[in-house]
Design a protein around this ligand. Structure first.
Ligand code: OFO
Length: 158
């Protein structure tokens, strides 16, 4: 079992993961509208991954006999000034999520909840990868010079 405090914190994180999915789907829709199918597909895949992250928390709470409580998902931003601005937003968002995951780990350590701490380590590693991939795309965009080139070099060169 997990403490009430931990149950509440994980439910909040479940909501944050759903929001991440919603935000990336909004970014996908922005790119569809701007006619950048490669970027739109990248965002769509990220959105699905975030839903998977949320469901891992959902399953974990159920496994531990805790209660999943769903709450309202905040409306995401829908417009950005440029492609670079979108990916800067992705990086900043992932850095913020990393700090949320770190806070959860802090609670698990404080409560000597070793099982939850171990479960959370998957997210700790995942955040390293998520920040890295956002930085990688951002770097390519900066070097590409122009949105069409950026999309070409980022998604169609392998
Ligand atoms: Fe983007 O990793 Fe979950 O939120």
């Amino acid at each position: 079992m997990v403490s009430e405090n931990m149950e509440k914190a994980i439910n909040e994180q479940l909501n944050a993961e759903m929001y991440s999915g919603y935000l990336y789907l909004s970014m996908a829709a922005y790119f569809e509208d701007q006619d950048y199918p490669g970027f739109a597909q990248w965002m769509r895949v990220q959105a699905q991954e975030e839903l998977d992250h949320a469901m891992k928390f959902y399953d974990y709470l159920n496994t531990r006999g805790a209660r999943v409580t769903l709450t309202a998902i905040e409306a995401p931003q829908t417009e950005w000034d440029s492609i670079e601005a979108v990916f800067k937003h992705v990086l900043e968002h992932e850095q913020m999520v990393t700090s949320l995951i770190n806070n959860l780990v802090d609670i698990a350590i404080e409560e000597k909840d070793h099982a939850t701490n171990q479960f959370l380590q998957w997210y700790v590693e995942e955040q390293v990868e998520e920040e890295e991939s956002a930085m990688e795309v951002l770097g390519k965009i900066k070097r590409a010079g122009g949105a069409a080139n950026a999309e070409q070099q980022t998604f169609y060169t392998c």
